[in-house]
Ligand binder design. Structure first.
Ligand SMILES: [Zn+2]
Length: 374
């Protein structure tokens, strides 16, 4: 039985219509607490329900985008088991050009960029110039934007691969490199390094990051996608990087939570909060207070669950290779600069040469971001 989500739908109403008991929905939410995939359902997403002979929900699958499907499979004795299935993906890119008429925001939108891309460009260049004060009518920009594809189908995921803003005789540039970080044409980082910890003091790790964790009771795989820090309730929680608040919410198992999108491929999540201090869509700075830690949702005691994802894949936030360096490493600088020249040439070429999304040349940054496993 398939159901396509309509605007205004709620999960509980959808489950009721499928005659799935509320207790089953709660079991699903429990399995989803580490992933929050059921929190992000968009109109158009298809939910597929499979029932066993007794009419119990056996398996729920949801297609997040054409490349990614998530399944929740009932286990004999325990909760549902979560799995993500990913098809191979690649990136194709296209140049968007425009000139400043009014604000950068309206100019970017009329050039065909999305709201999210314009905001991201603002984040990338905000340390170099003041968008409100410094830009004049007639200044120009070009952006190289990638869209993720599976086969010949766009997944809906996009990324800014390069931006070049020409103001008077100055160029302000940022280029995405294979470490998912942005640098200017000389290889200097354009965004500040990440903080390692989301709190001012460091607290004891009460449960480490572990993708292979086994559930202590059922013995089944129950990955821990973040670290638990033993923060006393009310501890200020800091955004570990500059970013935009993607989502806030209150989940029966994850509790009150905040999700922040950072420049490039990075996302951080903060769970079990007592109070949220930011709004959806708000810009936050590295080190800014976004919440107070707490004990909400299903926990065994007060703590902060902190998570870092690179391209939708969780990594250990305490050991991951996060952008902390200020420059492209010397041994790959020549390769980086060659890519910069190639991108600039494309962005400056006459616009009739670049009307469509095209596969990036093999030497570009898209190489190592091919589809992650499950
Ligand atoms: Zn946790």
């Amino acid at each position: 039985m398939s159901y396509q989500i309509q605007p205004g739908d709620t999960l509980s109403a959808i489950f009721e219509a499928q005659e799935v008991p509320a207790s089953t929905l709660h079991e699903l939410l429990q399995s989803d607490a580490e992933f929050l995939a059921l929190e992000t359902l968009q109109p158009g997403t298809t939910l597929d329900f499979r029932f066993d002979k007794q009419g119990r929900l056996q398996r729920l699958s949801l297609q997040i985008d054409p490349a990614r499907t998530i399944t929740y499979e009932r286990t004999e004795d325990g909760p549902f088991e979560y799995a993500q299935h990913t098809l191979p993906t690649h990136w194709e890119s296209k140049v968007f050009r425009g000139d400043i008429q009014g604000s950068f925001y309206t100019s970017g939108i009329s050039a065909g960029l999305s709201k999210g891309q314009v905001l991201q460009i603002g984040q990338l260049l905000k340390n170099k110039l003041n968008f409100r004060r410094d830009l004049r009518a007639g200044d120009t920009f070009s952006a190289l934007v990638g869209q993720e594809m599976t086969g010949d189908q766009p997944t809906g995921n996009t990324r800014v691969e390069a931006i070049s803003l020409h103001r008077g005789s100055h160029d302000y540039n940022a280029f995405l490199y294979s470490d998912h970080h942005y640098y200017d044409e000389r290889g200097n980082s354009v965004t500040p390094a990440f903080l390692r910890y989301p709190t001012k003091s460091h607290y004891r790790v009460t449960s480490p990051f572990n993708l292979k964790r086994l559930h202590p009771v059922t013995g089944r795989r129950a990955p821990h996608n973040g670290v638990d820090l033993g923060t006393p309730p009310g501890t200020p929680v800091l955004s570990t990087g500059d970013g935009i608040v993607k989502r806030i919410g209150n989940h029966p198992y994850a509790g009150k939570y905040v999700v922040i999108d950072h420049s490039g491929a990075f996302t951080t999540r903060y769970l079990h909060l007592s109070r949220i201090l930011v709004k959806r869509g708000e810009r936050v700075k590295r080190g800014e207070r976004i919440a107070l830690s707490g004990n909400t949702g299903r926990t065994t005691g007060p703590h902060l669950h902190f998570e870092l994802q690179v391209n939708h894949q969780p990594v250990d936030p305490l050991t991951a290779d996060i952008p902390t360096s200020a420059r492209v490493p010397a041994d790959t600088l020549a390769k980086f600069k060659a890519q910069v020249q190639e991108k600039l040439a494309r962005m400056q070429a006459p616009s009739f040469l670049d009307q469509h999304f095209a596969k990036a040349p093999p030497e570009s940054t898209s190489d190592d971001t091919a589809s992650p496993g499950t």
